[in-house]
Ligand binder design. Structure first.
Ligand code: ZN
Length: 353
């Protein structure tokens, strides 16, 4: 019952114009928004594999930079422990800064192709809406935070000397436990996390969204969960940042439900301040974790589309300001994630963002 109410509420808010928050056009003079489907279709087929290696990410980003006439700008935020570049792609020149992270866990790849497609969709077409959006936001995406983990299809970074909590001896560190803003950056043993923290401090983004993957779970109503979301739950996060994070979460849950057809639950995440979702909330950003379920191969495109939709809708909501007119208390109505799917392959880290 609760989840049915949730879907109905999302439908009312999002309505037929899937990406346009109510009142956005009147308030901002925004040109009519294209549909998610047309934006997704703007990226060429074969732009990026579903589980790309770092050199495939680099090739796709170079292609986008060329096709966009420089509107998508490429850089790096740093180097991995094995000295691979950690790619940064930026689009837009607006005052509202956004930071998206993909694939901190090397074996959770699908945010990466979604990010590549979103960069094309926002940076290459040059309609009035695109120009409006790019004039209002500056979006930074760290595409594939953990390239060393990606080439090994492993959760951790590559650091055989890793020791201590949140390390796997002989393998590496769990990058998503090393964003603790209370740790001096120079004492942080994880170069990938240091690079993200430094980028945060250099740009102070209003919004941070971190894309991961989870196992397979059921909704309270028995349908399969396809995505879970959560805001900062650390008690160190300030009230204003938590409120804005909850608005961001509600907006994402609405759009993913209605525009992407996702079954969304609340992720049962922990309070540790080293988790990016908590860390960037503590630092003052609106912060969101998006977990795509690890669905069978025939649903991989659907899952990439889900993350793509989140990326586009978040940028749109930030550009028009509709995001901040969302009711944050509706976050409490997002149903809790149900039990693990009985016949799903057990995942050793399924509960560990
Ligand atoms: Zn993860």
């Amino acid at each position: 019952m609760r989840s049915r109410l949730w879907v109905a509420a999302g439908a009312v808010v999002v309505g037929a114009a899937l990406l346009t928050p109510p009142g956005a056009s009147a308030a901002t003079g925004a040109p009519p928004a294209p549909s998610v489907a047309s934006l997704a279709a703007s990226a060429p087929a074969g732009l990026i594999p579903d589980r790309p290696m770092p050199e495939e990410v680099a090739r796709a980003l170079s292609r986008i930079a060329r096709a966009s006439d420089g509107r998508v700008r490429l850089g790096v935020v740093g180097s991995s422990n094995e000295q691979r570049p950690i790619p940064l792609a930026s689009v837009g020149t607006g005052d509202v800064r956004l930071l998206y992270l993909t694939q901190q866990h090397g074996d959770e790849p699908l945010g990466t192709p979604a990010a590549v497609r979103a960069l094309w969709a926002l940076g290459v077409p040059d309609s009035a809406w695109h120009r409006w959006l790019r004039s209002r936001v500056t979006l930074d995406i760290v595409v594939q935070v953990n390239p060393d983990g990606a080439v090994r299809n492993q959760r951790y970074n590559h650091d055989p000397s890793a020791t201590g909590e949140y390390a796997r001896p002989g393998v590496g560190y769990d990058i998503n436990r090393f964003h603790n803003p209370l740790t001096p950056i120079e004492d942080n043993p994880v170069p990938e996390a240091r690079a993200i923290l430094r980028r945060w401090h250099a740009t102070r983004p209003a919004i941070v969204v971190d894309y991961h993957m989870q196992g397979r779970y059921l909704q309270p109503d028995g349908r399969e969960t396809t995505a879970s979301v959560l805001w900062p739950t650390s008690t160190l996060a300030g009230e204003a940042a938590v409120t804005r994070s909850r608005q961001l979460t509600v907006r994402n849950a609405d759009v993913l439900t209605v525009a992407a057809g996702a079954n969304v639950t609340r992720y049962p995440g922990g309070d540790y301040e080293g988790i990016a979702r908590n860390a960037y909330g503590i630092l003052g950003s609106a912060s969101l974790l998006v977990e795509l379920s690890d669905l069978p191969p025939e649903q991989v495109d659907f899952q990439i589309r889900t993350a793509f939709t989140s990326m586009i809708a978040t940028a749109q909501g930030a550009a028009g300001g509709g995001l901040w007119r969302t009711d944050p208390t509706r976050a409490d109505a997002i149903p809790e994630r149900g039990p693990s799917l009985p016949d799903a392959t057990p995942q050793p880290h399924a509960d560990a963002a």
